[in-house]
Design a protein around this ligand. Structure first.
Ligand SMILES: [Zn+2]
Length: 141
C-alpha cells in the first residue's frame, strides 16, 4: 500500500507475566511508546490518508482511559488482582485469561485502531524500552 501515516503515543503502565520464570514475574512498570501505522491505497478529497489529529486523538484517548498509569493484569492473576483491587485509586486493565505481554498489548491496540480506522491497514508497535518492541499487524506473513 503506497500511503503510510504513523502516529505515536507514550504512556506509563505496569504489568507482570504470570507463571514466568524470571524478573518479569515481579510487578513492574515501563515507559511504553505505542506506534500506530495506518496504510492505504487512496487519499480522501483533501489529500489525506487519515487526519493526523483524528488518529492521534482516537488512540491517545483510548490509551489514557484504559492503560496510562494503570496496571495490565491477566484475569487469572488472582494475587495481583486482589492486591490492586484493595487500592481504591488503582486503575486495572484485565487481559482475558492471558498474560499482558507487550505482544498482546500490540494486538489489543491494533484491534482498537482497526475499529477506529476500518479502511486502513493497521500495524502497531509497542516499545517497552528504547531497545525492544513487539509488533502486531493482524496478518500472517
Ligand atoms: Zn515488563
Amino acid at each position: 500500500m503506497p500511503y503510510r501515516d504513523r502516529i505515536e503515543v507514550s504512556f506509563e503502565a505496569g504489568h507482570r507475566l504470570l507463571h514466568y520464570q524470571g524478573k518479569c514475574a515481579s510487578p513492574h512498570g515501563h515507559s511504553f511508546r505505542a506506534e500506530v501505522i495506518l496504510e492505504g491505497d487512496a487519499l480522501d478529497e483533501l489529500g489525506l490518508l487519515v487526519d493526523f489529529g483524528d488518529a492521534k486523538h482516537a488512540i491517545r484517548e483510548w490509551v489514557e482511559t484504559h492503560w496510562d498509569h494503570g496496571f495490565l493484569v491477566s484475569s487469572d492473576d488472582e494475587a495481583l488482582l486482589g492486591a490492586l483491587c484493595s487500592i481504591p485509586e488503582a486503575k486495572v486493565y484485565r487481559f482475558d485469561a492471558e498474560n499482558p505481554s507487550t505482544e498482546r498489548m500490540a494486538r489489543k491496540l491494533h484491534d482498537v485502531a482497526s475499529d477506529a480506522f476500518p479502511r486502513q491497514r493497521v500495524t502497531v508497535r509497542i516499545w517497552e524500552s528504547t531497545a525492544q518492541y513487539a509488533e502486531y499487524s493482524g496478518e500472517t506473513r
